[in-house]
Design a protein around this ligand. Sequence first.
Ligand SMILES: Nc1ncnc2c1ncn2[C@@H]1O[C@H](COP(=O)(O)OP(=O)(O)OP(=O)(O)O)[C@@H](O)[C@H]1O
Ligand SMILES: [Mg+2]
Length: 249
Amino acid sequence: MNIRNINQKQYLKQKQYFKQKQEHDRRKKILSLKNIKKISNGTTILDDVSVDFYESEMVGIYGESGAGKTSLLNIIGCFDNDFTGHVLMEDINIENLSSDQKANIRNKKIGFVVQDFSLIEEMTVYDNVALTLLFDKSVSFVNIRSKIVEALDKVGMKKYINKKIKLMSGGEKQRIAIARAIVNEPDILIADEPTGALDSKNTQKIMELFLQLNKQFNTTVILVSHDMNCINMCYRKIKMEDGHIESDE
Ligand SMILES: Nc1ncnc2c1ncn2[C@@H]1O[C@H](COP(=O)(O)OP(=O)(O)OP(=O)(O)O)[C@@H](O)[C@H]1O
Ligand SMILES: [Mg+2]
């Protein structure tokens, strides 16, 4: 390779970098955490965490067990009020909202796949996924079934629609939990170890689904994983350590 080719390559690389940077700068900030501190029973769980999330980002959060990943997701998902600092959602300070308004944000804007699935064992797959839509008045009754079928189809679980949760395997439950989180087509999908109970084939499928939601519907995906293959599929990687953000790249 001669010097001219090398320069050309460097030029193209730089051009691409500036293009990506411009795109990044133009993106809309949808969620902003400022100086979040959480102390529980005298232990500091989150230590002055400030981080912004943007529209249509795909973010992977990783770090050792106990680093504070789930605690951070609970605050992002409006599930935890017991902290100091500020959370702004599209420039609205969520502390100033009533509990009804917060619930409305959770129902309409956020889909959450929790670490332990939190499915109701005695109920069927259909009823578990339907729970998300129960409080969403914008979804008409006639649309409910088709939305549930569509979400179950996306995670490959349509055929189990009438099966009870208690009769399903850990990996199947995980996929139902993901269907429940995406059925309301959220702007932000938060997923805590969404592939922890899955084999490599299903892990790949779920990651492809997240990438598709991200690309096709501009869904912001924020996922926590111990699996570096999943983290490396994200465009932005955040490492947490001892309750703070160690790196963000
Ligand atoms: N309600 C609570 N009361 C007291 N300490 C808590 C509480 N919840 C979590 N912790 C502690 O806070 C720290 C962070 O917990 P968190 O669940 O956020 O970690 P994590 O990074 O999600 O870990 P893992 O990878 O194991 O899921 C841990 O040391 C945990 O023991
Ligand atoms: Mg956790």
